[in-house]
Design a protein around this ligand. Structure first.
Ligand SMILES: Cc1cc2nc3c(=O)[nH]c(=O)nc-3n(C[C@H](O)[C@H](O)[C@H](O)COP(=O)(O)OP(=O)(O)OC[C@H]3O[C@@H](n4cnc5c(N)ncnc54)[C@H](O)[C@@H]3O)c2cc1C
Length: 374
């Protein structure tokens, strides 16, 4: 009998997983809460499209800090339909993926002929006749039967039955979905991470709206970009060690606390980067920048209160704790997680390509383990 796989979330990883399963001959249903279709190249414009970000997502960036909104991609392509597409320049991260990459060195971006190429467009478009895509549809929980996962329940109450379920709802939503489904797996919701970042904001003194430049020095990446009539210069720590936690409240809503820069060494590193950026851009008219000598105070306030600038969340369903090396949720038959939530530690580069590679790797492992059949 034909094997039925249901993939929850058609973002970066979900697009790869659905494509690879369909190519292997499995019957695939892909359920995505956001919308279908292409988006503009401009990430700020793209994120304004209804159904292109997860509505009302609020997180705590630092321990005990205020709740602030967090941008997570939604719709087919997920993060790749709204992000900057910045890719890392060299190393093993380029070994296995089909994404088109343009540009030089640290400034390479996932683009085709100068325009956005979302992971869904690259991986899924040619396979649309082979994958049942249900967009604007939310999965509420994984359904169990005979001690194994056997389907998912939608927001309409409909049950979609499946032989195997792959959760690709992203680093915040995958752990939440497992919690809402009642799974108490050791480690679930732990090791939430992001690249800690803050934006120094200046009046735009004539730079083009398309400007996006990245620089990297050691563990610090600095992005300079135009946002409306401002220039934002954004230093970020690319090798953070602090970890946060995700939980669910009684209403099934997410409670996420990143605990950015919990370790003093990280605060010092980011402070040094902020101080350097502020000095380098002192000739510009500042809109939100630290006063000389008050950088530490400014940093700790903005770290807590800024809405997301980098949105590189990982963790929550870490491989080795929550899943095995196949992404199989420990103790639950036929249920897999395959997205940025399974990284045990945040990649030290922009995470989109590593997430695609993770999905490619898991697809290979499933094939090699004989899990996928037509
Ligand atoms: C604004 C922004 C800028 C970024 N810039 C870059 C960059 O320049 N370079 C880079 O490498 N990375 C960047 N990233 C990060 C990158 O996009 C993410 O790391 C990547 O998208 C994570 O892939 P994922 O598959 O884990 O999750 P996602 O791509 O977020 O996909 C998860 C999908 O699951 C869906 N979903 C969630 N819950 C449910 C549910 N219950 N039912 C059905 N569907 C559900 C969501 O709608 C979403 O489409 C950026 C991200 C953002 C948001």
């Amino acid at each position: 009998m034909e094997q039925r796989w249901t993939v929850v979330g058609g973002g970066v990883a979900g697009s790869v997983i659905a494509a690879r399963l369909a190519e292997a001959g499995a019957a695939v249903t892909l359920i995505e809460l956001g919308v279908d279709g292409a988006t503009p190249d401009d990430m700020h414009e793209a994120a304004q499209i209804p159904g292109r970000t997860i509505d009302g997502l609020r997180v705590r960036r630092v321990e005990g800090g205020p709740y602030v909104s967090y941008t997570a991609g939604s719709g087919l392509g997920g993060g790749s339909a709204i992000n900057a597409g910045l890719a890392s320049s060299t190393g093993p991260f380029f070994l296995q993926h089909r994404l088109p990459v343009e540009g030089e060195g640290i400034n390479q971006r996932v683009r085709r002929n100068g325009s956005r190429a979302s992971v869904a467009e690259v991986y899924l478009n040619a396979l649309r006749s082979k994958v049942e895509i249900r967009s604007s549809t939310t999965v509420e929980r994984v359904v169990m039967g005979d001690a194994q996962a056997c389907g998912v329940e939608l927001n309409s109450g409909e049950i979609v039955e499946a032989d195997r379920i792959v959760v690709c709802a992203g680093a915040l939503m995958s752990p939440l979905l497992l919690m809402k489904s009642g799974f108490a797996v050791e480690g679930l919701g732990r090791r939430l991470q992001d690249h800690p970042s803050v934006a120094l904001r200046y009046r735009n003194d004539g730079l083009p709206s398309t400007m996006l430049i990245a620089r990297r020095s050691g563990g610090v990446q600095v992005i300079e970009t135009v946002v409306g009539d401002e220039v934002w210069v954004v230093p970020a720590l690319m090798r953070p060690t602090s970890t946060g936690v995700i939980g669910a409240n009684d209403n099934g809503e997410i409670e996420a606390q990143f605990r950015l820069c919990q370790h003093v060494g990280e605060q010092e590193l980011l402070l040094a980067a902020v101080t350097k950026v502020a000095a380098e851009h002192a000739h510009r008219e500042g809109i939100d920048v630290p006063r000389p000598g008050r950088e530490g105070e400014w940093l700790m306030d903005r770290l807590a209160s800024t809405t997301s600038v980098y949105s590189h969340a990982t963790g929550g369903c870490c491989m080795g704790e929550v899943t095995d090396r196949l992404g199989r949720v420990k103790g639950i038959e036929n249920l897999f997680v395959a997205d940025s939530s399974v990284f045990p530690a945040i990649p030290s580069v922009n995470p989109m390509i590593p997430t695609v590679q993770l999905a490619e790797t898991l697809s290979d492992r499933w094939r090699d383990a004989g899990l996928v059949s037509g």
